[in-house]
Design a protein around this ligand. Structure first.
Ligand code: CTP
Length: 452
């Protein structure tokens, strides 16, 4: 029996795909088709894939030509597939000419002429483009414009700013199609609204966009009042649109993988997670604003059943908050956040277990790299992940897949999770405000005594 294997993404399945499968099948008696996995595509920077893996597999299956379908998950898998399945021929389109000659040592490599005038790329260009509009109050947040260029099917169209002059300046700077300070005009032709204003205004803009039936991405936190967040989540559900919290970390495979590894006792029983963050703005809001990633890590890795949260804030001579240590007390383990604006603060995340530790240096919330060590003298294991740009492309890509599949809830970050995080932030903010009042009163009475 002659066994043949072929590979592809098979996005927006077309005649060219059918033809190559048919001709590959004719090359032997048994055909295996490798379909590229979503993670593999993301890692090699192919963020333009429109169909989910399930759809792409289903389309290949429907041809009736494949005897077996496998998922191609990593670079270098082809060699092991060829050996594992005892393959006689690898068949691939002529666009790959010469690229797979290295496999000649294991099997025959056959390049077949591509079908002319059709490709997934061409079809993608004809697909519906989802228009994004930005609601902003500063000139400095054009990153989404750049990030959206890596996700096909999405286009940043316009900007809304309260000041029409500023809006026009923004439009020019980022080469958008139009700008306005009129909300109704702005919303008219949009599919997705990205709200990126000061915290106080986020809720109002999100509410307006959701009630007009637009999908919304909101800068995190969208509000520090959990009741407001509930209103938005309910509104999104009622209007059957997506409401996405811009928490990039939740969309990174690295976090899912780290959580999985720790659950499987990579470093034994967990003792402590310590997240350190340096902030520019050390007031209470500025600090609480930056806690989302740490709380998300605790929720995912340690769980949501903490017993208590305690804090040790430190103030400077002007009674301004400069550092805080926030401890989440769990049964027999803890999460600790150290956050401050002093130059000595370092961004890092460390996880301590009974058998070793995991370290994520620098901007750990990007999770590009981590290392695990199992006690003194043992070998260090290093894990690195692809992280491009500011990461928003991963969120946009996921959002687009969800919109297309008619899902109203993000699979990567559930509404309950967003809500729990905001409830915790709200609690911490209240406690900090109380502490500050207390600190000021104490200081005042000490000063009065001194003067007296
Ligand atoms: N293929 C083909 N003829 C075409 C398009 C694709 O023979 N007109 C073959 C490719 O050479 C490959 C397989 O189909 O062996 C899967 O290709 P894939 O990359 O999934 O499809 P493309 O249409 O080339 O996708 P893209 O435009 O994203 O590169």
């Amino acid at each position: 029996m002659i066994k043949v294997i072929t590979y592809g993404t098979f996005d927006l399945f077309h005649q060219g795909h059918y033809n190559i499968l048919k001709r590959a099948k004719e090359q032997g008696d048994y055909l295996i088709v490798g379909v590229t996995g979503e993670i593999y595509d993301l890692e090699r920077g192919k963020l333009n894939v429109q169909d989910s893996l399930l759809t792409r597999i289903e389309n290949v299956r429907k041809t009736g030509l494949a005897d077996k379908i496998i998922v191609e998950e990593y670079m270098g898998q082809k060699i092991s597939d060829v050996v594992k399945y005892d393959i006689d021929k690898l068949v691939i389109g002529s666009d790959w000419y010469g690229k797979f000659d290295y496999l000649n040592r294991y099997c025959e490599v056959v390049y077949l002429e591509r079908t002319k005038n059709i490709s997934s790329t061409q079809l993608r260009e004809k697909q519906k483009i989802y228009n994004i509009g930005i609601v902003s109050d500063t000139m400095e947040d054009g990153e989404i414009v750049l990030e959206s260029k890596y996700v096909s099917g999405i286009h940043v169209e316009s900007v809304f700013m309260e000041d029409a002059g500023q809006a026009a300046e923004y439009e020019n700077k980022y080469e958008l199609a139009f700008s306005t300070n009129q909300m109704d005009e702005f919303l008219k032709d949009l599919d997705i609204v990205y709200v990126r204003t000061k915290l106080e205004q986020r809720f109002g803009y999100c509410q307006k966009a959701l009630s007009e039936g637009k999908h919304v991405i909101c800068e995190n936190p969208c509000s520090l009042d959990s009741e407001q967040l509930k209103v938005l989540l309910n509104l999104a559900e009622e209007k059957k649109v997506l409401f996405i919290d811009n928490v990039i970390l939740a969309y990174l495979r690295a976090l899912a993988q780290l959580t999985w590894m720790l659950n499987r006792e990579l470093i034994g029983q967990l003792i402590k997670i310590r997240c350190c963050i340096q902030v520019e703005n050390s007031n209470e809001f500025g600090m609480v604003d930056r806690l989302t990633d740490s709380i998300l890590v605790f929720q995912r890795i340690l769980g949501s059943d903490y017993k208590e949260i305690t804090m040790n804030p430190v103030y400077d001579q002007n009674h301004e908050l400069i550092y805080n240590q926030i401890i989440f007390h769990y049964d027999n383990r803890m999460g600790c956040i150290e956050i401050g604006c002093t130059p000595g603060m370092k961004n890092q995340l460390e996880i301590l277990g009974t058998r070793g530790r995991v370290d994520l240096p620098d901007e750990w919330w990007n999770m590009g790299y981590f290392e695990a060590s199992e006690g003194a003298g043992s070998k260090l294991k290093r894990y690195s992940f692809n992280f491009e740009g500011n990461g928003m492309r991963y969120l946009l890509h996921e959002m687009l897949l969800m919109i297309k599949e008619g899902s109203e809830v993000s699979k990567k970050m559930q509404p309950e999770e967003s809500l729990r995080i905001v409830e915790i932030q709200q609690h911490i903010l209240k406690e900090l405000q109380k502490e500050k009042m207390h600190f000021r009163k104490e200081k005042q009475s000490v000063d009065e005594k001194k003067e007296g």
